[in-house]
Design a protein around this ligand. Structure first.
Ligand SMILES: Nc1nc2c(ncn2[C@@H]2O[C@H](COP(=O)(O)OP(=O)(O)O)[C@@H](O)[C@H]2O)c(=O)[nH]1
Ligand SMILES: [Mg+2]
Ligand SMILES: [Zn+2]
Length: 297
């Protein structure tokens, strides 16, 4: 039987399977080979022995990617949540985290909450990101009259698989998360228990199933997402809007930082690449360059 690890508690793992959640220990061989199961792992469960009905994790299927913070494997999507205002959105950090996601083959999605606080800012941010986000950009207000519908729209846009939620404290992440979790096929008592437990176990991550093969997992913090582990030359490759099909710059190794005949200038002119995203690209590029200089000094 196959399943997905959704939680780990002291050497025991909770595996979501078509037959419901099953608790299992990894087979001894993993401990010997020091392969440690992670949340998000797709695993094979086998009967421990003929006599018992206990299961063991007998195989961990190959991971397509993994994050350190949160420690989770096979991430399909990163849902970034920012506020239009209060707290002020840190778009530079957002762009870094998006690049990290793209570098790991993780789809991106953006929710701009608190649109009621600054509708203009929300609209501006939405425009800046409309060409680079895979699963949609949504301007919402989780305390407004349409919050239920808006949360439902966000929920419907969540892709199959594992989505990691990431947002600075105070943006309304809990408010949105509770709504995303609230309509799952679970009794209210169970759900309340799960959410409460989730709230108090900040260090032990847990995934929540929200139906249609979709799982949500919270991250420990916006600035605590995995760091950029690529070079300046690779950066542009993680900007989906900067590499449309068939486009090329005059120089093959163009860094898109002002070289003549750079195609990105054209994309800036026609609005495919937003001025804000490009400005921040230059900053992040310079930052990575600086890191490289320091490394080889
Ligand atoms: N004005 C406004 N306030 C909101 C909105 N969403 C959440 N809040 C408020 O922002 C504060 C932080 O929300 P919370 O969900 O705890 O944020 P978290 O720290 O990201 O989990 C709370 O006082 C919420 O009531 C919104 O859309 N508009
Ligand atoms: Mg919170
Ligand atoms: Zn270029």
């Amino acid at each position: 039987m196959n399943g997905k690890i959704i939680k780990g508690i002291g050497g025991l793992y909770c595996v979501a399977t078509p037959a419901g959640d099953i608790f299992a220990k990894p087979r001894g061989i993993f401990r010997k080979n020091s392969v440690k199961p992670m949340i998000g792992d797709n695993v094979v469960l086998s009967k421990d022995s003929e006599e018992t009905s206990d299961y063991v994790i007998s195989e961990i299927l190959t991971r397509k990617n993994s994050l350190v913070r949160p420690a989770v494997a096979n991430v399909d999507c990163a849902l970034f949540i920012i506020a239009a205002a209060n707290p002020k959105p840190d778009l530079l950090l957002l762009d870094k985290l998006m690049a990290v996601s793209v570098s790991k083959g993780i789809k991106t999605m953006l929710v701009i909450n608190k649109a009621d606080r600054d509708g203009e800012a929300a609209e501006d941010i939405k425009n800046q990101y409309k060409n680079c986000v895979d699963c949609g950009v949504f301007a919402v207000s989780m305390t407004g009259d349409n919050s239920a519908e808006e949360a439902e729209t966000v929920k419907n846009a969540l892709p199959e698989g594992v989505t990691v939620l990431s947002g600075q404290s105070g943006v309304g992440k809990s408010t949105l998360t509770n709504r995303l979790l609230s309509k799952q096929a679970m009794t209210t008592g169970e759900l309340t228990k799960k959410i409460e437990r989730g709230k108090h176990t900040t260090r032990h991550s847990e995934m929540f199933e929200i139906g249609n093969g979709r799982f949500l997992i919270d991250s420990p913090g916006f600035s605590l997402f995995d760091a950029m582990d690529f070079g300046s030359r690779e950066l542009a490759g993680f900007y989906p809007e900067m590499r449309p099909e068939g486009a090329s710059c005059r120089f093959q190794d163009c860094s898109h930082t002002g070289e003549p005949g750079c195609f990105v200038e054209e994309l800036l002119r026609d609005g495919t690449v937003s001025a804000g995203r490009y400005e921040r690209y230059l900053k992040i590029y310079a930052e990575l360059k600086e890191q490289e200089r320091n490394r080889y000094k």
